[in-house]
Ligand binder design. Structure first.
Ligand code: SF4
Ligand code: SF4
Length: 205
């Protein structure tokens, strides 16, 4: 496994062994291409995103998730992780974000990224890299658990153990906040016939 860490203060990178093809929370085996999943996520978001985001509970969960993500980035900057990854990225633009990691992302996590304001590109800017890695690092905000949990040996060896534990702790908070938002989205879909029919038709549920 592998994973992350901010570059240039705004992005997070990851390295990888061959992808396991498990998805964000339900561990299904995706049978579709990442391009198809991106298109489905964008279609869902265009149809139902505004309605979902109009609800107070949705807004609160999005805000909490965004705050958790920002806290993770801040700690990585303060801990020197960002500087370390920036130096690494200067040597290799893809860094440890390898081609194939994008396969871990399912429609739900992609929809959450859209809710956070990400514009998800279907084209790969770095051939040897993850579909989501761009010139400034990861272009997603809501990242897969594997993209959050891995600390490469370079990072682990360069920062204090206590700081490593803090990073792991804030990553856990971030994952929890993202999980709560995704669960709220799934509940919302079950309570809305149109969205439910769409998700069944598209194979999201
Ligand atoms: S320093 Fe480690 S985590 Fe950061 S980009 Fe390089 S390999 Fe990835
Ligand atoms: S989604 Fe891709 S670019 Fe983003 S952190 Fe994970 S491996 Fe790196």
């Amino acid at each position: 496994m592998l994973f992350i860490y901010g570059r240039n203060g705004f992005e997070v990178k990851v390295q990888t062994t061959p992808p396991s093809f498990t998805t964000s929370t339900d561990q299904r085996m995706p049978m579709t291409t990442i391009e198809q999943r991106i298109d489905r996520a964008k279609d869902f978001f265009a149809r139902y995103g505004r309605e979902f985001m109009a609800e107070g509970v949705s807004q609160n969960l999005v805000a909490a998730y965004r705050t958790a993500i920002e806290n993770s980035w801040r700690l990585m900057r303060e801990g020197g992780v960002t500087a370390c990854c920036s130096a690494c990225a200067a040597r290799d633009p893809a860094g440890c974000c390898g081609n194939g990691v994008e396969e871990w992302y399912d429609e739900w996590l992609l929809i959450v990224n859209l809710m956070l304001g990400c514009t998800i590109d279907r084209s790969r800017s770095i051939q040897e890299g993850c579909l989501f890695v761009g010139p400034r690092g990861c272009e997603l905000l809501a990242r897969h658990q594997f993209c959050l949990n891995f600390l490469c040996p370079t990072i682990v060896d360069s920062i204090e153990p206590a700081r490593v534990r803090m990073l792991q702790s804030v990553s856990g908070v971030e994952l929890s906040a993202g999980w709560q938002l995704e669960q709220q989205l799934r509940r919302w879909v079950r309570d809305h016939d149109g969205a439910l029919a769409f998700c069944r038709q598209e194979g999201l549920i």
